[in-house]
Design a protein around this ligand. Structure first.
Ligand code: HEM
Length: 498
């Protein structure tokens, strides 16, 4: 079937993309199931790389090939540069954040602040100590957990989630973050956990208004109200504390790195002085961007690490090869691993790239068309919701040999992981999306996982606990990120002489 030359309708007008049969009222929603990226991939195999679905009342174009993604994210990048409205995000992020913002002046300004002030190569370098300290702390926690459990399995997934949260919280709030507690005594991680869970659970009501009661029944609105209040109170206090410290002459530098809150307060003060064109960068903008960083930057590194460990456990030869490389790289230094060692680890980056190809934390990239446009010759009206199925593209057998297999060697030749090499120029590998809406935190994310994976493999030997399954169950669960359905419970042996 030739998908690249769709028929033209009356008067030579482009036709809409093909659409499978749907259900009355619900449209194609029931076809998505619990793992939409997989269901959409199967549908695309029958209906083509650009198809039109109706999710409840919302028309949605699904993009599932490298060629179609290239057109949407490069050739017509501007036309597809918006994001659909997500009520839960609007509710929790003050309607003023960047990642979920429609294309326009607000997004442009907020994105510039993130790219220049929070996620630049210089900022990422400045957080090196945080990353190294937190990686060492994780190693310590694993060691203690292994000792305390006396050989019983350790829950690595939960340790990874705490680790990633700690890194992003320190990056955001500075080293004093652990001092912040929510009123009533609960820890701030609990509130952030609820926040992430809510952000990962779409509300049915926005797709199918007459089913909005289901959201209430699930308690989503009440939980969102509680979480918003707790988070807002916390962020207000954090910002007020930072302002107070600044007035007292404490610039808030923690061993050479400046937390995001302090950096955003600099931007806020500069904007107030300039008052250019009425552009606002006020306290609400600071809170919204901090939450963006937390939404986008906390679960993602933990998820990548979890999948990498799962794949390596199922591929012991690759695990051994990487461990030998890491242990050889630091043997001469007779010390623990630091970021200085990473350049010597030529197999680490292929392992991470192959992990990302098979297990993108965000397999469905949400976009919205800004204007009437086209995709592979099909008509896409303005304000159509668009989903780029980057997971289907990463597993497309037309591009990838033995597409379903974990074969890190396929990236051995082009293991470069710096900012420009995170995606493939031919759009066959898009874990970070692409174009003007592409992930601005990719380098931050990669820096957050490399040292941790190397440390876990350097200092420990990992196995599935005896008496259970012989391979990791790779079942997925869909939330804010697509993660392993069952947590990684592993037998771990400290390795005393790397
Ligand atoms: C390994 C980890 C990560 C992966 C796989 C990932 C993936 C993605 C993807 C697929 C998108 C959508 C891109 C598009 O529309 O084309 C995105 C957007 C975004 N990411 Fe990441 N990300 C990661 C880590 C991070 C980190 C650590 C941060 C910040 C600390 C971050 C901040 C953002 C933001 C702010 C956006 C929205 C950009 C916009 O709408 O203009 N990400 N990410």
């Amino acid at each position: 079937r030739n998908y690249t030359s769709p028929p033209k309708g009356d008067h030579g007008r482009r036709s809409l993309p093909p659409s499978p049969p749907g259900f009355p009222l619900l449209g194609h929603l029931p076809l998505l199931g619990s793992l939409p990226h997989r269901a959409l991939r199967s549908l695309a195999a029958t209906h083509g790389p650009v198809m039109l679905l109706r999710l409840g009342r919302v028309p949605t174009v699904v993009v599932s090939s490298a060629a179609a993604a290239q057109e949407a994210m490069k050739t017509r990048d501007l036309a597809f540069a918006s994001r659909p409205r997500v009520r839960m995000a609007e509710r929790l992020l003050y309607g003023r954040d960047m990642a979920f913002a429609p294309y326009g002046e607000h997004w442009r300004q907020a994105r510039r602040v993130c790219v220049v002030h929070l996620l630049s190569a210089r900022c990422i370098r400045s957080f090196r100590r945080v990353r190294e300290q937190e990686a060492a702390a994780l190693v310590g926690r694993v060691r203690r957990a292994a000792a305390a459990r006396g050989g019983a399995a350790v829950n690595l997934s939960s340790l990874l989630v705490s680790h990633s949260s700690a890194v992003i919280l320190r990056a955001a709030f500075g080293d004093m973050y652990s001092g912040y507690r929510i009123d009533g005594g609960g820890h701030l991680r609990k509130v952030f956990g609820d926040f992430q869970e809510l952000m990962g659970s779409g509300t049915l009501g926005e797709l199918v208004p007459w089913l909005a009661w289901v959201d209430s029944l699930r308690g989503l609105h009440a939980k969102a109200a509680r979480t918003f209040e707790a988070l807002d109170g916390l962020l207000e206090r954090v910002i007020a504390d930072h302002r107070k410290r600044r007035r007292e002459g404490d610039g808030g530098d923690d061993e050479g790195h400046r937390g995001f809150v302090n950096v955003l307060l600099d931007v806020n003060e500069a904007a107030e002085e300039e008052e250019k064109g009425g552009a606002r960068f006020d306290t609400v903008a600071i809170k919204a961007i901090i939450l963006d960083m937390f939404t986008a930057g906390s679960d993602t590194p933990a998820t990548v690490l979890e999948w990498a460990m799962a794949e390596l456990l199922n591929h012991p030869a690759e695990m051994r090869k990487l461990q030998e490389e890491i242990r050889a790289a630091i043997r001469s230094d007779d010390d623990h691993i630091t970021e200085d060692h990473l350049d010597k680890l030529h197999f680490l980056k292929p392992v991470l790239k192959e992990t990302l190809r098979l297990h993108m934390p965000a397999p469905l990239v949400p976009r919205e068309s800004v204007e009437d446009t086209e995709l592979l010759g099909y008509r896409v009206p303005a304000r159509t919701r668009v989903i780029v199925n980057v997971s289907a593209i990463g597993r497309d057998p037309a591009t990838w040999e033995r597409a379903e297999e974990f074969l890190p060697e396929r990236f051995a030749e082009d293991a470069d992981m710096d900012q420009n090499a995170l995606g493939q120029p031919d759009f066959t590998f898009l874990p970070f999306g692409a174009g003007r809406r592409g992930c601005p935190g990719a380098a931050f994310g990669i820096a957050s996982v490399e040292l941790v994976l190397a440390s876990l493999l350097c200092h420990f030997d990992w196995e599935l606990p005896g008496g259970g399954a012989s391979t990791v169950d790779m079942g997925e669960i869909h939330g804010l990120a697509v993660r392993l359905k069952k947590p990684l419970l592993l037998a771990v042996k400290p390795c005393s002489s790397p």
